[in-house]
Design a protein around this ligand. Structure first.
Ligand code: SF4
Ligand code: SF4
Ligand code: SF4
Length: 294
């Protein structure tokens, strides 16, 4: 942790100590999250079709830009020289990977919030600023957020980022699944609409899983035999087809069991007995480490 981040964490920890006595714990994610249903939507990402054009990144930046802000085309391909992480300005990113099967054709993978079925971020948030919608989108309410950033520690996919540069109204940022805008009108997310090679299929999650397995069966030489997100961390709304083993593409090998049950019991127990929030940071980090694969 950088010095600035450490100081921010201490400050937020002190603020949280006061806030903790005033808040009531939301219902736990593992108790309240609906199981997969016909309402549950998702996106199937076929990484074998991706050409690394970054149009999806551009579409996301446009969809989430502040009112009146201009967004230039994303033409800089030097960004692929090193792996990137999501930031408050980049809610989705595409990374490039070597392809041992075909060195002339690298593999590109788009990352964003996975919109988990049992989201750890929701269970870790003590004020209910993160919420799982009935269609599977995980929404964020900046008005409720107290900036504790437990969600960032809890997320097994290391997705949420924080607006450290925004000193007045800092917020947690992550992909919204375009829930309040496009999905509300029954449309696919902005990133999925702009892809020129149709990497994305937006549909009901159960249909996507069936489609993914059909594609694997039809083209076993093209696809690695695994639908990433079908079971990882309890299942996710964003699902991936890959040509290589997912862990070679930074799609983390995670246990099938949802992690929230562990973080919830720690969090609820700690606040019940008044243990200081800074200790909770350490325990949540430990819980995440313990739940991670070797
Ligand atoms: S990927 Fe992380 S931020 Fe997104 S829903 Fe899952 S736990 Fe929450
Ligand atoms: S679903 Fe919307 S917010 Fe999420 S990565 Fe795509 S465009 Fe961005
Ligand atoms: S728009 Fe489609 S082809 Fe272009 S980088 Fe994104 S996922 Fe890949």
């Amino acid at each position: 942790m950088k010095r600035r981040e450490f100081l921010a964490a201490v400050t937020r920890g002190a603020a949280l100590a006061g806030a903790a006595s005033q808040v009531s714990l939301p219902a736990s994610a593992s108790e309240s999250a609906p199981e997969t249903s016909q309402e549950q939507v998702g996106v199937l990402v076929d990484t074998t079709k991706c050409i690394g054009c970054r149009k999806c990144e551009y579409a996301c930046a446009r969809a989430n830009r502040p009112a009146g802000a201009d967004v230039k085309e994303f033409n800089d391909m030097s960004v692929f020289d090193a792996p990137r992480r999501m930031t408050p300005e980049s809610l989705t990113i595409v990374n490039r990977y070597d392809n041992p099967q075909n060195p002339e054709r690298p593999v590109f993978v788009k990352f964003q919030c996975m919109h988990c079925l049992k989201p750890c971020c929701v269970s870790a948030c003590i004020v209910g600023a993160l919420h799982r919608e009935t269609n599977g989108s995980v929404s964020y309410d900046a008005g409720k957020c107290i900036g504790c950033r437990y969600c960032m520690l809890a997320c097994p996919f290391e997705v949420p980022s924080y607006e450290y540069e925004n000193i007045y109204t800092p917020a947690v940022r992550k992909c919204t699944f375009c829930y309040d805008t496009l999905q509300a009108r029954g449309e696919a997310p902005a990133c999925a609409q702009m892809c020129p090679t149709n990497c994305f299929t937006f549909a009901r999650r159960d249909e996507l899983i069936q489609l993914a397995h059909e594609k694997i069966a039809a083209e076993p030489k093209t696809y690695y035999d695994h639908v990433y997100g079908e079971t990882e961390a309890g299942g996710t709304s964003w699902l991936y087809l890959t040509s290589l083993p997912p862990e070679e593409l930074d799609l983390l090998a995670l246990p099938d069991k949802p992690v929230p049950q562990l973080t919830e019991s720690l969090q609820h127990g700690i606040f019940k007995f008044g243990i200081p929030p800074m200790l909770l940071y350490g325990l949540l980090a430990l819980a995440k480490k313990v739940s991670a694969p070797e």
